[in-house]
Ligand binder design. Structure first.
Ligand SMILES: Cc1cc2nc3c(=O)[nH]c(=O)nc-3n(C[C@H](O)[C@H](O)[C@H](O)COP(=O)(O)O)c2cc1C
Length: 280
């Protein structure tokens, strides 16, 4: 796989696909990755499946719709996880590496937690009563030109922009922003969180550096981001944890996720987890 930073920079929400099926070899590779075992930092074990739309059956297509947001995709990465506290964080954490693998194979993807017909996908993945489907993603060759819907979506979400460091990374009990110089060897891991995708590009992650090797992760939740019992912004957090960990791993930094009872509380923020470097 290429450099993780390169993949994170290359990924974008692709809503317009070329009208051609995936090569068999790519399909097998992705199938194999999806079908493997996945475990998140909170112990949740999502299952993933590539679901092929049968284009010859308009009935089936209708049921598996994306309300016209996605054009020409025939293949969807779909996942389910047992309902539990923080299960959706685990889901995001486990699905993002699959998205980045698809990116490495030259394929387009688009995280979708809202604009898909949950009932159709539930039937296709044989959803059990104690599970939910937090999100799905089309997978395919990106088209050369974006559809109008695609362009409108990007514009309205401001998808080409990200918040500056000072708005999301903090030090000293949140009283001061964390500068890129202060981040030191953690600069690439934090920058790769900043570039992460998030629902409506809300970028709800807030990170407090408690010490050079210790970071607390929080969510600034927006109102109305629970759909079908799924706290959608927990997916954003899972993606952020995955970007952070994949980057540290590539840098040769080891650490672990743990709940820290001493993590400072802040009224507008929901504490999720902390990173503590080990060894070194
Ligand atoms: C958890 C999550 C849910 C999303 N849900 C949708 C969705 O329902 N429909 C859609 O078109 N895009 C969806 N997106 C894509 C975001 O709008 C997109 O990631 C953001 O605008 C940044 O753009 P980029 O991914 O191209 O960098 C979602 C992204 C995430 C991470």
């Amino acid at each position: 796989m290429p450099d993780i930073t390169e993949l994170i920079q290359k990924r974008f929400s692709c809503r317009t696909y070329a009208d051609k099926p995936l090569e068999d070899q790519l399909l097998r590779q992705l199938d194999c990755l999806a079908a493997g075992e996945h475990t998140g930092p909170f112990g949740g074990k999502p299952r993933f499946q590539l679901i092929k739309l049968d284009m010859s059956s308009p009935e089936k297509w209708k049921k598996l719709g994306t309300y016209g947001v996605i054009k020409n995709a025939r293949l969807f990465l779909t996942g389910a996880i047992k309902k539990n506290n923080k299960a959706v964080v685990d889901f995001g954490y486990c699905m993002e590496p699959l998205i980045l693998e698809a990116t490495a194979l030259g394929l387009g993807t688009c995280w979708m937690a809202g604009t898909f017909n949950a009932g159709g996908f539930a039937r296709a993945i044989n959803l059990q009563g104690n599970e939910y489907i937090p999100a799905v993603s089309p997978v395919g060759y990106p088209a050369d030109r974006k559809s109008l819907t695609d362009r409108i979506f990007r514009l309205s979400a401001g998808s080409d922009h990200r918040k500056p460091w000072k708005d999301i990374f903090f030090t000293e009990d949140f009283s001061a922003p964390l500068t890129s110089e202060q981040a030191g060897k953690y600069f690439p891991a934090l920058e790769n969180i900043r570039l992460a995708p998030s629902a409506s590009n809300k970028q709800p992650w807030r990170i407090l550096r408690a010490a050079a090797d210790n970071f607390h992760f929080y969510l600034e939740r927006a109102f109305g981001y629970t759909l079908r019992e799924v706290p959608i912004q927990d997916i954003d957090m899972g993606i952020a944890l995955s970007h952070f960990e994949l980057t540290t791993r590539e840098l040769g930094i080891s650490g672990q996720w743990r709940i820290d009872e001493h993590a400072p509380e802040r009224k507008s923020l929901d504490y999720i987890v902390s990173w503590q470097e080990v060894g070194g």
